[in-house]
Ligand binder design. Sequence first.
Ligand SMILES: C[S@@+](CC[C@H](N)C(=O)[O-])C[C@H]1O[C@@H](n2cnc3c(N)ncnc32)[C@H](O)[C@@H]1O
Length: 341
Amino acid sequence: MSDSAVRAAFAFQANWARTLGAPFTERLIVAVAGVIDGSTAVGARVLGWPGEPVADALVLRLLGGLNALVRAGALPRLAAAYPPNPLPEHDFIAGRVAAALADPRLLPWLDSPPQTNEVGRSGVLMPGLMAIAAATGLPLRLFELGASAGLNLRLDHYGYDFNGLTVGPADAAVRLVPAWSGSPPPDVPVAVVARAGVDRAPVDLRRDADRLLAYVWPDQPDRVARLDAAIAAFLADPVPIVGADAADWVEDQVALLPGTATVVLHSIAFQYFPAASQARIAKHMEALGAAATVAAPLAWLRFEFETAADLPTLRLRLWPDGEDRLLARAHPHGASVAWLG
Ligand SMILES: C[S@@+](CC[C@H](N)C(=O)[O-])C[C@H]1O[C@@H](n2cnc3c(N)ncnc32)[C@H](O)[C@@H]1O
């Protein structure tokens, strides 16, 4: 891959940061792009990247590394340019980051793609569970695919305000208030009686919490605080996440149980599964759906991108009738929800 493709990836990512309202991150990316050269091991590796820089999230790998070292107190001179300090002038941040790029501790961060677990998506999935509870009147068993660290599997422990409809424990450590449009979700209590998750590369929060936090941009303090709170709550009451391919796990684990609604759910994950796994999951769901009854229903709740250009959708397929409903369109991090259900 050419140096110019890498430079284009910096421009692309800076543009995204601007679009997402992250001015420090935009300025940091512009500064890195201006000073990076082949004179450091990090610069040489980045500029000589053999893969697809945008698809490989190369810039985000580097930002994650810088943020991790700043958060750990290992780059105090660069930290002086980071939030909560005021937005730095270009020359100030460029000088500081040029020195930081000589740090070999950044190299391992280039080895693997960012790992994320966006708690804000619970604010999209929870109304979906409310729709399932309303339709079935049964307690739910949750099976999450591509669960990452598993933070969204504890969604019933979070507090919500859906345009004035408050849901969840009043003293919840995590509170989500998405900007809501459309009618409210069904005001029905959700009882989760079992939960389990799978991920090809699960994040073990006992070891990797700092890594997960490093990928949240430092000028998004609300997301950082929310993730921090969700991690602490998870560590006090963990959910085991199995390391496996989602299709293997679905075939092995997901079965109907009378008296409960069996719920398979996933958010911004299905697109990453191999096509063969996607097909096997769909086949297993169809087979289970054919056996589902009113006393043992099956739900498939998906918050996924349908096209790259549009907001992701929340869809629910519910058996025994097998009807598929478009419940919502929502911001990818759950910042806003347009309820259509
Ligand atoms: C973008 S992350 C989303 C994580 C989480 N669902 C969320 O909304 O925060 C996608 C996740 O899918 C997982 N994944 C990718 N391929 C997989 C597979 N074949 N089986 C299980 N998980 C997979 C990744 O490891 C990653 O954790």
